[in-house]
Design a protein around this ligand. Sequence first.
Ligand SMILES: Cc1cc2nc3c(=O)[nH]c(=O)nc-3n(C[C@H](O)[C@H](O)[C@H](O)COP(=O)(O)OP(=O)(O)OC[C@H]3O[C@@H](n4cnc5c(N)ncnc54)[C@H](O)[C@@H]3O)c2cc1C
Length: 445
Amino acid sequence: MYTAPKPNSKIIIVGAGCFGLSTAYALSKDKAKEYDIWVFDRGESIPISDAASTDISKAVRMDYGNNTLYMHLAVEAIDAWKQWNAERAEKKLVPVYHNTGMLIFSANGQYAEYEKDNMRSIREAGFGDYIEELNADQLKERYPYLTDTVDNGYDIAYANKVGGWCNSSESIKHLYGECIQNGVKFVLGNEAGRFEKLQVDGRHVRGIITADKKEHTADRVIVAAGSWTPSVIDMHRQAIATGQYVIHFSLSKEDQERMATFPVWSADVSNTGFYGFPCNENGILKIAKHSTGYLNPSSVLNQKISVPRTQSTNPNDTIPKSALAEARAFLKKFLPFTDALDVVYSRVCWYSDSIDGDFIIAPHPDYDHLIVATGDSGHAMKFLPVIGDKIRDIVEDTDSQYKQAWAWKKKEAPKGFYDRPLLVKEGDQDIRMATMDELRAYNKD
Ligand SMILES: Cc1cc2nc3c(=O)[nH]c(=O)nc-3n(C[C@H](O)[C@H](O)[C@H](O)COP(=O)(O)OP(=O)(O)OC[C@H]3O[C@@H](n4cnc5c(N)ncnc54)[C@H](O)[C@@H]3O)c2cc1C
């Protein structure tokens, strides 16, 4: 059974990513409660280099198909992102959120169901004036550098003026600073900071044991270890770590200027999975795919579980050869000019994919005093400024629509949920990482 922590309780949070830090901050804001908050992370410094939350950019969108829970949460988050920008401007710090708007493409002159649902939900919620539908001619006129894109079939889109991208690493740094200011304590590093197991007395969680074998007692433990969570706590197969890929191109000054009005985009995303970002201040154009992803099965917790494999432990990793081929084939149509560009950086980044795409932020049924905050399913970063408040309500056992939506799941995974391609397979030339040579352009003039 789970009960809310009393004032002055010691609360340990495992994981200093989006979920963990936002929770630490939210709990630390309530001075009357005077919680003693400790965050542990296996990484050496924040932002943690291979955390999902660490990146140059993440999309901040309110376009959520039929799912109005996340749409409204995104609207709340966007206001909070603007507030952060305003507070940072006073301190002469660069903004963490960029309101470029979103350009949401469908293909072949027809909106796909997902895009239709997006627009319907947005209009029904009274935000109809945020969006504008664009046909092929309007797209070409407004974004002349997308003429090939339109001619190749991505010829219908709507623009949402609300949304854009956040500099995710910078925003994690921002929140870390706020946590420090509020007295949150941090224990970092692969020995001192790495959660190894729970300290338990029957069902009762009394704290955690870290890799250096130290015991840390606590009144409540929150495990927010992202895609690593199922490999450190038995999640009853409710979430699995899936590797998703990202590639970067470096644009010439000329291309940067030509595409200066490029917003965050998605390209018939329910069918292709592809989305991307405008060039950042360093001329980097980032493209990613939201998909079923790849698995990296390992033997942990007496089970075969997909465990994140990242460039921290495998510094020469790029992205799967199959992923590169797929991205190049898509871009040949969507942004054909990238055919002549090298992929200058690539990375596999890990989702904690839940069985239904909803987060899992709930007391763990096997223990008392343990909360898990995971199952991000590849879409949580946009909520960074507000997700901690919702998690705090769950930690404090306050009822809310989020508590219900993110409760421990009482259902089975859909058929085929665990069947995804392998990231790498020893000795198989097709199931391997792309080489540096393969990442280079194959269509240079
Ligand atoms: C390729 C990619 C693209 C994405 N794009 C978007 C997007 O455009 N928009 C959006 O909103 N979201 C996006 N997301 C999702 C978003 O990044 C995640 O939802 C969010 O970062 C999850 O935060 P987290 O705190 O759960 O996980 P993480 O950020 O991964 O943090 C987990 C932390 O737990 C720590 N940890 C793990 N094991 C241990 C242990 N044993 N002991 C101590 N610490 C441990 C890790 O070191 C890590 O710091 C994307 C994700 C990926 C991978």
